[in-house]
Ligand binder design. Structure first.
Ligand SMILES: Nc1nc2c(ncn2[C@@H]2O[C@H](COP(=O)(O)OP(=O)(O)OP(=O)(O)O)[C@@H](O)[C@H]2O)c(=O)[nH]1
Length: 318
């Protein structure tokens, strides 16, 4: 048994398979319609395939890239049977994910040389930001790491309270202030407290008001600047949380946030409730930002480290 197979636990695989069920069944139903009655991959099949990919939220640019590559293959191999299409798509998608040079990890890890490792989490309301933070806190704590949460989404009282709920649930300390207080001040306090406690991981929640990009940019820049007074190279990671079930909206949010701040990794949530799982492929390809985590359920253990081999295996194994 390969190393990869050994560490890809049965439990993780089952959760992933279940989480991608809707996307898979919708994709393969469409794919079988796209090739119905056709023995070879021709222009018609490629047109249909293009539609299948776009309607699976892979995104237009990434779809065209995939179609171009299959066209090249058709031209080279002369005859390509439609029964081979599944394998070819699988190869092309795995290839695309490899180009973004991500998804090799299988476990939650924090860099050993950063203490505390500071993770700033951004994203609009409702995408699953708080839940993702709670799930991450739980995972890191399980590894014996000391975690501190910072409630720097001070825009809404509910956001602070919700993070408190996750802090209580996971037994992790939280630094919070009144609603409406300066988010940068909360971040500063959180880092100071983390350094004093010799914490390993700090997770900072931020407000994601997209309606005013300049404000958002200023706010995130200020939080970063103030954090650097405590930990010089903080934040070590800026994680953008996107709701996978919103398909093209997720692309739009990624576009806006990457303009407002330097996003270093992505979490795509709610893949279990949607047939739009293709969004993971398109987003990682178009933004060239690693998808680090995927949310495949509401439970505390339903956040997975995104691994491209596991993802492609699960997606294409029916
Ligand atoms: N099915 C499913 N639901 C999820 C997932 N992640 C989050 N949710 C749910 O999505 C809803 C919104 O999640 P929150 O974490 O509250 O979202 P938020 O982005 O923090 O939003 P605000 O609290 O409004 O800022 C909650 O009901 C979560 O349980 C997931 O991976 N799968």
């Amino acid at each position: 048994m390969s190393f990869f197979k050994k560490i890809f636990s049965k439990e993780k695989k089952e959760t992933l398979d279940k989480g991608l069920e809707k996307s898979k069944s919708s994709f393969f139903t469409k794919l079988s319609k796209a090739v119905a009655g056709k023995a070879k991959v021709d222009d018609d099949v490629l047109d249909n395939l293009e539609e299948v990919l776009v309607s699976s939220d892979v995104g237009v640019d990434t779809t065209l890239k995939i179609i171009d590559r299959i066209e090249e293959r058709v031209a080279r191999d002369k005859y390509l049977g439609t029964e081979e299409l599944n394998q070819i798509l699988r190869d092309e998608i795995a290839g695309l994910l490899s180009e973004t040079n991500v998804g090799e990890e299988t476990e939650f890890t924090v860099p050993a040389d950063k203490k505390p490792y500071v993770l700033m989490v951004v994203g609009v309301n409702g995408v699953g930001k708080t839940t993702t933070i709670g799930k991450l806190a739980s995972q890191f704590k399980k590894q014996g790491l000391k975690v501190v949460l910072g409630a720097a989404d001070t825009f809404r009282a509910a956001a602070i309270d919700q993070l408190q709920v996750w802090a209580d649930r996971t037994g992790v300390p939280i630094v919070r202030q009144e609603m409406g207080s300066d988010p940068a001040s909360v971040a500063f306090d959180t880092l100071t407290s983390a350094v004093t406690q010799e914490a390993d991981v700090v997770i900072i929640d931020t407000a994601g008001r997209l309606h005013n990009k300049v404000n958002l940019m200023n706010e995130l820049t200020k939080i970063k600047r103030v954090m650097q007074k405590v930990v010089a190279d903080a934040p070590h990671d800026v994680l953008l949380v996107l709701d996978g079930s919103t398909g093209q909206n997720a692309f739009e949010q990624a576009k806006q946030f990457t303009k407002a701040t330097e996003v270093t990794s992505l979490a795509v949530t709610k893949l279990d409730g949607t047939a739009k799982g293709g969004v993971v492929i398109g987003i990682s390809d178009q933004f060239q930002i690693p998808v680090k985590y995927i949310g495949v359920g509401e439970g505390i253990d339903d956040l997975q480290v995104f691994n491209k081999h596991e993802f492609v295996d699960s997606f294409f194994n029916q």
